[in-house]
Write a protein that binds this ligand. Sequence first.
Ligand code: ADP
Ligand code: MG
Length: 260
Amino acid sequence: TADRTADDTAGNGTVPSGRVLLSIESVSKRFGDLVALSEVDLDVHEGEVVVVLGASGSGKSTLCRCVNRLETVDSGRIVFDGRDLPQEGAALAALRADVGMVFQSFNLFAHKTVLENVVLGPTRVRKVPRAEAVEEARALLDRVGVRDKESRYPAELSGGQQQRVAIARALAMHPKLMLFDEPTSALDPEMIREVLDVMVGLARDGMTMVAVTHEMGFARRAADRVVFMDHGRIVETGEPDAFFTAPRTERARDFLSTIL
Ligand code: ADP
Ligand code: MG
C-alpha cells in the first residue's frame, strides 16, 4: 500500500520475494459503536513472519478472526491465496484448513486423545487415509516434542504441551498460513519457551506466519516485520530491532514501556 516503504519488510535481512499470500485491504470492522478495526492494510508474503503487537483491545484478535472468517468484515477486502475469502460451505472449510490457528486458550478436543486430536482434521477434512494420517501425526507430535503423550487426554497435559499439540494439529492440515493469537499468554513462564521454540522452528522452516504475541524474544528471533496496532489501526510497521529499540510513534513508545 501507498504508505509502506521498502525497509518495512526487510526484517532479519529477508526481504520477502515470494508472492503475497494474504492481502488485507482497507478492512474495517465495528461491534455496534465500537470500531474494532479501522482501514487496516496488511500484505503478508509467502514465507514471511509478521508479529502483531498492541495493547489489549487494539483489534489484534479481531484481525486474526477476520482472516479465517470467524468474523466478517464490514468493509474492505481480504484476499487469501489469490481469492477473496469464501463465504460458506466447502470453500470456507478449505480456508479454515489452509489457515491454521492457535489461540490463547487451549482449544483441543477434551474427549479425544492427543493423537486423535491431530488425526481428526486430515482424515475428515482432507480425506487422508487413517494409517497415513496417524503416521504423519506421530511425526508432527515428535517435531513439537510430545510424541510420548499421544495416548493422553488434553487435561493430562501441561498448558505448554497442549499448545504444542494444538500447533501439531494445525500443521497436520498442511496450512499455507499459521495464525497465532497470544499462544503463550496463558502459560506459566517455564512453558512459554517450549512453545516459542516450536514457533521459531516453524518460522525457520519457511512457514508463513502472523503471530500476535508480546514475546519480544520471539519477535527478534523470528519476525521479518512487526506491526503495531492501536485503537483498530496499524500505526507503525517496521523491522523488529528497529521497532523495539527506536519506535517512531509515541503510541508505540508508550506501549513498549508497559511491556519492557
Ligand atoms: P485485542 O485482541 O487487541 O485485545 P480485540 O480484537 O479482541 O482486541 O478487540 C478489539 C475491540 O473490539 C475491543 O474493544 C473489544 O472489546 C471489541 N470486541 C471484540 N470482539 C467483540 C465482540 N464479539 N463483540 C463486541 N465487541 C467486541
Ligand atoms: Mg486478543
